[in-house]
Design a protein around this ligand. Sequence first.
Ligand SMILES: [Zn+2]
Length: 387
Amino acid sequence: MDTSFSQDELDRYSRHLVIPEVGIDGQQKLKRASVLVVGAGGLGAPVIQYLAAAGIGKLGVVDFDKIDSSNLQRQVLFSTADVGQLKVDVACERASSLNPEIAIYRHRAKLSSENVAQLFQDYSIIVDGSDNFETRYLVNDACVLLGKTNVHGAVHRFDGQISVFSPGNGPCYRCVFSEPPEPGAVLNCAEAGVLGVLPGIVGTIQATECIKNILSIGVPLIGKLLLVDALDMSFRTINLKRNPKCTTCGDTPEIKSMQDLIVKHVPVDRSCALNQGLQNSAGKQLAATELAEELANSNKLLLIDVREANEYNYSHLQNAIHFPLSNLPQSLHEIPKDANVVVYCKSGARSLKAAEMLQQAGVRSVRNLNGGLSAWSRQVDTSLSVL
Ligand SMILES: [Zn+2]
């Protein structure tokens, strides 16, 4: 690879070139580097921009999602006019207009155990900007198996965490968090919310760690977890140890081959699986219009709203009682087993989990409002606005 610099590049990178720890040698290392960013969302926004600006010679982005107006509060790479476009397309366009000197590769795909080896093979560092546990564990396991450095970041409301997992040198993500939480046990980003600037802070630290790793300078966050609390504005580092019993990087790992990885990460959409389970048992999906009809004809339904308190307080269906999903396991005994229950949330995913819990608890008739309150506000009552 040609790592000499044109005059334009020398001008562009001049503030790097004057730093003794970077200089021409360091800038060449950046030019030779290859980094794949998983997810062009809140974390991806600063990561992609700073890595492109820094002159990473080969920068890849993998994402399958489209830009939604609810992304704009934190995904500052996108503008209002971009809503509806693929994130990866817009992100790569912005990165390439920021720095046309580098090669940018767009991967329009949802990362899965089936495509992960092929996607990761051309990159030496993976920056994990994903927003869900499924992808996070997949990135970790694949990085260990393929020997790639994993620059990890995650955000939740006001809290963030960052670490660098370097196979053969310190722990992996699974050494610390051995298994993903049960579906429904932890609120996802859409349910829990996140302060808009937080992924900006965390993603910028991920980009910093990535650049330091390439330059081999400073003290990396290997074997350490940096915890950011935006409310206290405190940064705390805890030391992490490799777990010899870790199923991924331990002394007798479960995941030893790509085949093991595929078995461990069955690419099944959780809500589809849950849906399937429900269809096979007593539970059923109920369309918003069907619910409206039943409510008009009978008052014997027990309507349960499983959203969080702020969502319920903003608007809910008349006579709906409130049992947030996050607290449902503690409240199950309060729901009569012979009630004719209809559960709902905003879009129908959380209530599907709730329906399954209720069925397992012995409630005989449980149906889920398909499409949730959003469908209701589109199909039945357009005056209802939904948080
Ligand atoms: Zn491990």
